[in-house]
Each structure stands twice: as C-alpha cells, then as structure tokens.
Write a protein that binds this ligand. Structure first.
Ligand SMILES: [Zn+2]
Length: 249
C-alpha cells in the first residue's frame, strides 16, 4: 500500500533524542537506502533567497567581525529554513531533529563534505579540531547536574569523562553515539568517525546550546565550538547549495 510505504520511508531516523541505537548505523551509513529525504526540486529558489539573503549577509559580516555566536545563529536560521523547504515529507518541516537527520543522510551534502575534507587542509584541520572537543554537552543538562562549564583550564577529555560519569545520558550530548565508539572510562573522541552525519549532529548540539543554553553558553571556550560549527556548516552547505551566484553578489 502506498500509504504504508510512505510512512515507512519517512519514519524519523534514530539520531540523538531518547532512543540511542546500540551502534550508529544510521549515522555511519548516511546514504544507505535513504537518498530521498531531501528533494531540492521542491526549493523555490528565488523566493527562498529573497528571505535568506539578508540573513546570510549578516552571518558573513558577523563572522568577519568576530561575532561568532551571531554568525552561527544567522547561518542556522537560513539552513533550517532551507531544510524546511526541501524536506520531502512536508509533515516534518518543523521537526528540527528530523531535518538534521535528513541533512546528515543527504548524498549531496555528504559528497560536498568529502570533497572539502580531501581537498582543503584548513577545512580538514577545522573538522579535526571540532572532533577533538566532542561530544558537545547539553548546557541544560550540565546545569541540572551541577557540573560547572568547561573552563579550558582542564583538558577536554577528562572533563567529558567526568561529566558523563556524573550522570549525563546519551540524549545529553552530540554525537549521541560518542560513547558507543569509545567507552567513557577511556574516552577518546578520535574514535568517532569524522564524517558529515557525525559533524552535523555535533553542530546541531552547538546550535541547541546557542538557542537554549542562555547565559551559561557564553563562556570563552564555547566560542571555539561556535566558530568551528559556523565554518564547517558554511563550507559544506552554503558554498555548495547556495552557490556561487550568491557569493558573487
Ligand atoms: Zn556514531
């Protein structure tokens, strides 16, 4: 039956949230039979750019002025709006976690990421730096558990181990499969695959902290997360899907 097939195809992938998979096959195999989650033919490009253009300009201007929090907010708003336009299942246009999972599995974004990673040393270095900070811990969870924010005085890995041991659940960090790749007691983020689905999941974690973390996500160390997230998302999505015509304006 067509209805059953559609429902099955568009069942939200398990990415983060409450249901952590034992491993992360959904993240690790982003295009495995699910290339249909985003459909760029749905984009009303000119109408979209009328709205997106000022936000993208602000994002770029903010980045140039070192206002990294603003630059990521502006960029994410346009990315999220784009996802809402191109997601194949319109019933899920406002479900952010689904949109992020769909973008993580999108073949074109995966290809754009791999190309950058292979061709650009600076981009690859940024991705490595970002992974070295993983997982992105949910600010709200740290506050609830009475865990002070990471100050940077302590190395990141022991801080992460300590935070997870203090009671963080997998839904409290991204990638949510982080400890599936490396056990808490000897946690090493380099064991997490450096691919687009894991990166985007981590960027989404930064976005959530930015939108929901409030004052507690305004520490100097948080700037690194935000700056790297902006740089990577912009390179993979904006430069690829928005394209040269926008950059040449
Ligand atoms: Zn994983």
């Amino acid at each position: 039956m067509k209805r059953e097939r559609t429902q099955q195809e568009h069942r939200p992938p398990t990415v983060g949230g409450v249901g952590r998979p034992a491993t992360c096959p959904g993240l690790a195999k982003p295009v495995d039979g699910r290339p249909d989650l985003l459909d760029r033919a749905l984009l009303r490009r000119q109408e979209y750019l009328v709205v997106a253009d000022p936000w993208l300009r602000r994002s770029r201007a903010s980045a140039e002025k070192g206002r990294h929090f603003e630059s990521l907010i502006y960029l994410w708003v346009t990315f999220n709006a784009w996802l809402g336009e191109v997601v194949a299942n319109r019933d899920l246009t406002e479900r952010d976690s689904y949109l992020v999972a769909a973008a993580g599995r999108d073949p074109l974004l995966n290809r754009a990421f791999k190309q950058r990673l292979a061709d650009e040393v600076d981009f690859a270095d940024s991705c490595e730096q970002f992974r070295g900070l993983w997982p992105v811990l949910k600010t709200r969870a740290l506050t609830d558990l009475g865990i002070p924010p990471w100050s940077g005085e302590e190395q990141r890995r022991p801080y992460v181990r300590r935070a997870i041991r203090a009671g963080l659940r997998s839904s409290d960090y991204r990638p949510s499969c982080a400890t599936d790749h490396s056990p808490t007691e000897s946690f090493d983020p380099s064991a997490i695959p450096l691919d687009w689905p894991h990166l985007l999941d981590a960027i989404y974690g930064v976005r959530c902290n930015l939108f929901h973390g409030g004052k507690s996500f305004l520490n100097p160390e948080d700037t690194r997360f935000v700056q790297l997230s902006h740089q990577i998302l912009r390179a993979v999505w904006c430069d690829g899907d928005i394209g040269q015509e926008w950059h040449e304006r």
